[in-house]
Write a protein that binds this ligand. Structure first.
Ligand SMILES: [Mg+2]
Length: 106
């Protein structure tokens, strides 16, 4: 089994071997946004043979950014999901769910 950190390190090593950017998070964010556009297009046109590859393209840029900043994206997702699961939401008058602030934190 490959850990997220090992996957990140493999992606960055591959980019270095190819001469791609591994230092500018600005460039990686812009390229991730471009890939999100490609993913959206694949989803909109239900091009099922492309969706997985476009999801991977987006993930590769996010994993690269995490590695550039010494973070394990898998651990970050787990940590953030714990935060999200602890949040409470209630519907407003239109039925839209609104996060209820924890009175201790406000
Ligand atoms: Mg793509």
């Amino acid at each position: 089994m490959t850990t997220t950190r090992a996957l990140q390190q493999d992606i960055v090593a591959h980019k270095r071997r190819k001469g791609f950017n591994t230092t500018s998070h600005d460039r990686e964010v812009l390229l991730a946004m471009r890939e999100l556009g490609e993913l959206h297009e694949a989803l909109d046109h239900n091009r099922r043979d492309e969706i997985g590859g476009e999801l991977a393209d987006v993930a590769i840029y996010l994993l690269t950014i995490a590695e550039m900043h010494g973070l394990d994206l898998g651990e970050e997702v787990v940590r953030k999901m714990q935060v999200n699961k602890a949040r409470r939401y209630e519907p407003d008058e239109s039925g839209t769910l609104i996060r209820v602030k924890n009175p201790v934190q406000s």
